[in-house]
Design a protein around this ligand. Structure first.
Ligand SMILES: [Zn+2]
Length: 218
């Protein structure tokens, strides 16, 4: 099982010695295709979501190498890492769309009609915690847009944040040997295409008021 870790390591760092005991545990606790690694000076312990069981070894090696680069704080590129990134970018195609909140669906449809000519594919849409700092996320593995509950009360701002996450779904990311970029120039340009140019200010105002409300319970 862990021969794959050694292989991933040696192909990534041919110059380094491999003196590790390694484990891979498949977990159902993760959301789709997530993974992490813990390590000591002699151990590498990978935990990866159970969906990875059926993925080809080359792509799995790309995942392991991506995690190894994080641990060793290095920047490199391999064919397998490229494959892994292509794989991530295409996961949405096969991800089941079974988790769609009706209110968020309405928002998605409004934005889809207005900004994407109705061409955006169905995606999972769920509410997250009432967070003031994380208003929205898009997760590639499960093809899920998650929106902070704090936006429930303001339809325009909700639509704007949904738009932002839909742009992530559409534009994906650019991967180079040094970094992964999500908010590219193209992204920012498209984001500015939102009809209301004061929307960022309005969003800040809204969050300020909501924070106060939360403090004073009114
Ligand atoms: Zn973003």
């Amino acid at each position: 099982m862990t021969r794959i870790v050694k292989k991933a390591f040696k192909e990534l760092f041919p110059e380094k010695d491999y003196n590790y005991e390694s484990t891979i545990k498949y977990s159902k606790a993760f959301s789709a295709y997530n993974a992490n690694v813990k390590y000591t000076s002699s151990k590498l312990m990978f935990r990866i979501s159970h969906e990875w069981k059926d993925v080809s070894n080359e792509i799995k090696i790309g995942l392991i190498q991506s995690l190894l680069l994080k641990i060793f704080k290095e920047k490199k590129k391999t064919t397998q890492i490229d494959l892994y990134n292509i794989f991530l970018k295409n996961l949405h195609i096969s991800a089941p769309k079974t988790n769609i909140d009706p209110v968020l669906k309405q928002s998605f449809d409004r934005v889809n009609d207005k900004y994407f000519a109705g061409m955006m594919d169905k995606t999972n849409l769920i509410w997250g915690e009432k967070s003031f700092s994380r208003l929205g996320t898009y997760e590639y593995g499960s093809d899920t847009i998650k929106i902070s509950k704090v936006l429930e009360k303001d339809q325009n701002l909700l639509d704007y944040v949904v738009y932002h996450e839909m742009l992530h779904k559409k534009l994906k990311f650019i991967h180079t040997s040094t970094k992964t970029r999500h908010h590219t120039k193209e992204f920012r340009k498209k984001e500015k295409g939102w009809e209301d140019h004061d929307v960022e200010e309005k969003l800040k105002d809204f969050l300020r008021k909501e924070r106060k409300r939360k403090l004073f319970w009114f």
